[in-house]
Design a protein around this ligand. Structure first.
Ligand SMILES: [Zn+2]
Length: 343
């Protein structure tokens, strides 16, 4: 993917760097100056090359075009976004519009698995930028932009008990699954939907065979917050979980790994600019608050105005129904080109 995308950007005259990775796929940075004289700042455009499907998915779920939609794994989230960026640059070039700022496009390979190897590149680039535009999928059939996103994290709770024969001497054991169930109840009480805090125990496991009191159990916990200030408080609550059954031990790791993207005044102004551009071509553009996180969360947390959901209109991300609406693509490319030309 990195090679394919890099070739497209080289063809458009961009200065392309492939950032080779050992543990993850390579990342691509493409820099383009379409103005005259010296650039007055920088705009960063973000997208990702990876998707969530296992190898071989294309066999069952091939790319196809039908009924005005392009179907296939990763079409919506977010290969279409990569295409929109290329089309936007083509539009700028053919119309002779001259952006005032240097354009940097950063395509990472590990967004779907926490951006561990790309986060520092993204943050470094964001700190040099005046705005960040993220080509993640739009929300809903009318292509809403995402002006706020929840912060996301994962915790793991590991419970240790003591094994014993379930029939002969259960009193000698400490049931780790029972302890985990009690802790699950506590964790679920941390939900505070009014303040945008959600805590969900998701994957659980424990025990070995049916006639042994289990000596271990574990659970993964999905964490979401709306305000950065809630991260430390929630993490402290998790760390402070103490065992309930006598003899049990509880160990919690993890926490929030993507801060929330908050709708600051600068984010709102970026959105209003996008809305005005779409009005010029007769399209009404709205905004929304998204539960999921993206790399825009990192750049927003640094205080750099970040506008997300600028990618394709479609549906079914991460599912067999994944598709984009083809006629939305030129509109979204026009929107991106407009932002790049006027910011
Ligand atoms: Zn995505």
């Amino acid at each position: 993917m990195a090679q394919l995308v890099a070739a497209e950007w080289r063809r458009r005259g961009a200065r392309v760097t492939i950032l080779r990775q050992k543990q993850r796929g390579d990342h691509v940075r493409a820099e383009l100056w379409l103005g005259t004289g010296r650039p007055k700042g920088q705009i960063l455009v973000l997208g990702h090359l990876d998707t969530v499907y296992p190898l071989g998915t294309l066999g069952k779920m091939p790319f196809r075009v039908s009924r005005g939609r392009a179907w296939g794994p990763g079409t919506f989230d977010m290969k279409a976004g990569l295409v929109i960026a290329l089309a936007a640059v083509d539009a700028l070039k053919s119309s002779g519009l001259r952006p005032r700022k240097r354009l940097v496009f950063f395509w990472n390979s590990d967004e779907e698995i926490d951006s561990k190897s790309s986060r520092h590149f993204i943050e470094r680039e964001a700190l040099r930028s005046d705005a960040v535009l993220v080509l993640e999928p739009a929300y809903g059939p009318n292509g809403r932009l995402k002006t706020a996103r929840k912060g996301v994290g994962t915790a793991e709770i590991v419970v240790t008990g003591r094994a014993a024969h379930a029939g002969l001497n259960p009193e000698a054991g400490v049931n780790a699954v029972h302890e985990l169930a009690l802790q699950t109840e506590r964790l679920m009480k941390m939900n505070d939907p009014r303040h945008g805090i959600t805590v969900q125990v998701t994957v659980t496991s424990g025990g070995t065979v049916s006639n042994v009191v289990p000596d271990s159990a574990r659970a993964q916990v999905d964490l979401r917050i709306s305000k950065i200030a809630d991260a430390a408080r929630l993490e402290r609550k998790l760390r402070n979980l103490r065992p309930i059954l006598q003899g049990a031990r509880v160990h919690v790791t993890g926490g929030i790994n993507r801060p929330p993207l908050e709708r600051t005044r600068a984010v709102r102004d970026l959105f209003l600019r996008a809305k005005a551009l779409m009005r010029e071509i007769g399209v009404t553009l709205d905004e929304c608050f998204a539960g999921g996180g993206s790399d825009g969360n990192f750049t927003g947390a640094l205080g750099i105005p970040t506008l997300d959901g600028l990618g394709a209109v479609g549906d079914g991300a991460h599912s067999p129904r994944e598709h984009v609406i083809i006629r939305s693509l030129p509109e979204r490319a026009a929107l991106l080109a407009g932002l790049l030309a006027t910011l």
